[in-house]
Design a protein around this ligand. Structure first.
Ligand code: F6R
Length: 605
């Protein structure tokens, strides 16, 4: 998704602007650009290729300057062509980069056309550039502040003006923006990661903040122009590039990191205490009567899995909602409900908006399960639990998902204890099972060669069904999502009991049905569902627990999971599905880490 970097310094900042974009590349983009102020004029380079091509362009044209802004664009308004790539200029006097979406760009465009402004792009961004230009009266920060006051929608912007040497002005509302403090140089970025190597002293801007960076100072004002102080944080964790090591793709590396990331996420304590979720958690947990989980995509599926744990272990009613649906529907607020936002990035626009919506409805108990400690989501919720997946580069989420599951299992056991449904010996048993996960995962990862053999057949398929029951239905959903995302094979997941209510009509001899078959209470029911598919000639690919007695047969391909894992089984059973999607995508030659049309952190609606 879009990325912003800005800098003012006494040195040529183009390498900083390009390196920042490189660090944001993994988030997905389709064009990029950089603009600098040099000799009192704006200069820019833009590319509809990769950041490496932009870098080659700036070297060839000797683009240099001491203040500048750069951008990676993920197209929303207008195709990914050079004219739509940022930075966008207004009258060759102002340059602007923008993340987010402006909802009222059409009336603003008409108003600005009436004032004589010409539009050369199809972007909503050009409206902001001309609007600031039209309001400029010699004071850039005031012009920006007045302009953003007229915008509806989400934005993070960075602006250069020819009359303001060594100045970058930024503003945010609904999209993240962080200021980096250096020695006689200052930086701006949409993600702290972009500033790694430049500074570790960061100021996270809040909604409505407008900032002005010069060599010697950073000034932050609110939407009325009143100065505000924001805390400076030292964030060292962003240093260092992530290396691919012996792996072909980051996704493969991240799948194989899971024994470690899961181990890192399991609390090191000997028992589960509410304070694992924050100082205020003991009181909050004793007051709540139900849970509302909001999330998107893969994180939503971790929420769906958690519902089974929360209701069976903690006996607490749990509702799981797609964040983009919840935020726009009429719901019945309950002040005693704990709202749980699940997110890898902590910046997903829909999840953030759902959380704010819940807060506006009067929900006071909020918890984020998140992988980024400095994210907007963690800052917004009263309680938080950090997953320790490390930076996830592959667009398709893998290790973030399994660490979320660990976090949510810990939540279920902790709430179970608070509510008197988990005894000390059950707690010890759950902890023992959690601690066994890294070793169990290593033996699941050893199934890779068998999965590669399947993936060669899968690569020729047009469509696949994913079947699961109970706890493993959300895992079937996640397996189908992974296959779609990176191999572009159409896949749909069903609770296996639903087959006969419609999807069975799709089953022919060419249909692959991936089935998750743990040895749980629903096994016999699932075996009947398997027979329903076989009887119609469908090809079954079953991941069966060691003790299920499901064996290879005609139309029935079985990979045996090394053990039976009880309640934690979803965390193990999702891993072969990740590997199947990964190797199928490799066999089809897709861009695994950067699948088409997708972005890592979805900061627009
Ligand atoms: C799929 C995937 C997405 C994300 C979703 C939410 O592999 O990664 O579906 O899970 O965009 O992102 P976060 O978790 O950052 O809120």
């Amino acid at each position: 998704m879009c990325g912003i970097v800005g800098a003012v310094a006494q040195r040529n900042i183009v390498p900083v602007l390009i390196e920042g974009l490189r660090r944001l590349e993994y988030r997905g983009y389709d064009s990029c650009g950089v603009a600098v102020l040099a000799g009192g004029e704006l200069h820019r380079a833009r590319s509809v290729s990769r950041v490496a091509e932009l870098d080659a362009q700036v070297r060839e044209t000797h683009l240099e300057g001491v203040s500048g802004i750069s951008h990676t664009r993920w197209a929303t308004h207008g195709a990914p062509v050079t004219d739509n790539a940022h930075p966008i200029f207004s009258c060759n006097e102002l340059a602007l980069v923008h993340n987010g979406i402006i909802e009222n760009y059409e009336p603003l465009r008409e108003m600005l056309r009436g004032k004589g402004y010409e539009f050369v792009s199809q972007t909503d961004t050009e409206v902001i550039a001309h609007l600031i230009h039209s309001l400029y009266r010699g004071d850039l920060i005031t012009a920006v502040r007045n302009a953003v006051g007229e915008l509806h929608g989400a934005y993070a912007i960075a602006v250069l003006h020819t009359a303001h040497r060594n100045t970058v002005v930024g503003a945010r509302q609904g999209s993240p923006l962080v200021v980096g403090l250096g020695e006689h140089e200052n930086f701006l970025a949409s993600d702290a990661l972009a500033l790694a190597g430049s500074t570790e002293r960061l100021v996270f801007l809040e909604e409505g903040d407008v900032c002005e960076l010069t060599l010697a100072s950073v000034r932050i004002v609110d939407r009325h122009g009143a100065p505000i102080e924001r805390e400076t944080r030292e964030v060292a964790a962003y240093g260092g590039a992530v290396e691919l090591g012996p792996y072909r793709h980051f996704m493969q590396k991240e799948i194989f990191e899971q024994p470690r990331t899961i181990g890192d996420t399991i609390p090191a304590t000997d028992s589960f205490d509410a304070t694992l979720f924050g100082e205020a958690a003991p009181t909050a947990f004793s007051e709540i009567d139900s849970l509302l989980i909001v999330a998107c995509g893969t994180s939503y599926y971790s929420g769906l899995t958690a519902k089974y744990w929360l209701e069976s272990i903690a006996k607490i009613p749990t509702q799981v909602e797609i964040a983009s649906e919840y935020r726009y529907r009429d719901s019945v607020p309950n002040a005693n409900q704990l709202v749980v936002a699940i997110s890898q990035s902590g910046e997903t626009a829909d999840t953030l908006a759902a959380l704010k919506h819940a807060q506006a409805l009067g929900h006071k108990h909020t918890l984020s399960v998140c992988n980024v400690s400095t994210s907007a989501m963690v800052r917004l919720t009263v309680l938080s639990f950090l997953t320790h997946a490390g930076r996830e580069i592959g667009v398709a989420s893998t290790k973030a998902f399994t660490t979320q599951l660990v976090a949510l299992f810990v939540l279920a056991v902790t709430l179970g204890k608070v509510r008197g449904h988990v005894t000390a010996s059950q707690e010890a048993d759950y902890l023992r099972q959690l601690r066994h996960l890294p070793a169990a995962l290593n033996s699941v990862l050893a199934l890779e060669p068998q999965i590669i053999a399947w993936s060669e057949e899968f690569a020729r398929k047009d469509s696949a069904l994913f079947l699961g029951r109970g706890l493993h239905y959300p895992i079937a959903l996640e397996g189908a999502l992974k296959l779609k995302e990176i191999s572009y094979i159409h896949a749909e997941a069903y609770a296996a009991g639903e087959l006969k209510h419609g999807p069975l009509a799709l089953v022919t001899q060419t249909m692959a049905a991936v089935t998750i078959a743990p040895n749980d209470a629903l096994l016999e029911k699932l075996k009947s569902n398997i027979q329903e598919v076989r009887a119609r000639g469908g090809q079954l690919y079953v991941f069966a627990d060691a003790d299920t007695k499901i064996v290879n047969d005609e139309g029935l391909h079985v990979i045996r999971m090394p053990e039976h894992y009880g309640l934690l089984s979803p965390i193990l059973h999702v891993v072969p599905l990740q590997l199947l999607a990964y190797h199928t995508a490799c066999a089809r030659g897709t861009d695994v880490d950067k699948p088409r049309n997708l972005a890592k952190s979805v900061t627009v609606e």
